[in-house]
Design a protein around this ligand. Structure first.
Ligand code: FES
Length: 224
């Protein structure tokens, strides 16, 4: 994990931002940076996930940047932090599911999937611009079909909704037999593990985990 300085170059209408930073600071899909704007009154840094990567000089963040930030702000960055997604090299049918949000945190996986000649289905209820034509879009109500079709699934979900996910998948044979499914859990992560604040705590099979550093990406089997 490193510290570096970045710059907020542009804020888009959807609330995402283009951020320039050294290439080694760009978070891989599922990982994040903690960012603090220079001169900001807020003592709490903001987790930044990437959606689109510009390999030479930065990335476009998923929305959720601080509303007080503005283009030109200098950002103090720490990271990349946490366990990100990892697509098995053998995966050829990949489903990305934005369970209760927009799919920005999953978009970075599309390029990786296409590089290994996988078919990609994106499950979400929002219309997304600028996706490669080969990506099939399915509404959330088709979520279980898309899940069963895939040999790798990545899911983005709020920590509070895990039980809903479990309910929908309960009894599906694929949960046990599928080669790989990973889940990005969203939760407030103010300290990134440094202060052991406990805000991101998760109880897993009678054991406490910290989403900020044990995740934020977990294997689905760990959650079931
Ligand atoms: S954010 Fe503080 S322990 Fe995870």
């Amino acid at each position: 994990m490193k510290n570096a300085t970045g710059k907020l170059e542009e804020i888009f209408l959807d609330g995402s931002a283009r951020i320039t930073c050294p290439p080694e600071m760009i978070p891989a899909p599922g990982q994040y940076l903690l960012a603090h704007a220079h001169g900001s009154d807020s003592p709490v840094p903001v987790p930044l996930f990437s959606s689109v990567v510009h390999p030479q000089n930065g990335f476009r963040s998923a929305p959720e940047i601080q509303s007080l930030w503005k283009p030109g702000d200098t950002l103090h960055l720490r990271g990349p932090i946490g366990r990100g997604f990892s697509i098995p090299a053998s995966a050829r049918k990949i489903t990305l599911i934005a369970f209760d949000t927009l799919p920005f945190r999953l978009l970075g996986l599309i390029g990786h999937a296409l590089k290994q000649f996988a078919e990609v289905t994106l499950v979400c209820d929002e219309r997304m611009e600028n996706l490669p034509e080969v990506v099939e879009i399915q509404p959330l109500k088709g979520f279980t079909d898309a899940y069963q079709w895939s040999d790798y699934t990545a899911i983005d979900i709020n920590r509070e909704n895990i039980f809903q996910l479990k309910e929908k998948l309960e009894g599906m044979e694929q949960v046990r037999s599928q080669r790989e499914a990973q889940v990005l859990l969203r939760a407030p992560m103010p300290c990134g593990g440094i202060a052991e604040c406990g805000t991101c705590a998760l109880s897993l099979k009678n054991e406490w985990k910290q989403i900020c550093k044990d995740g934020p990406v977990f294997h689905l089997k760990e959650l079931m």
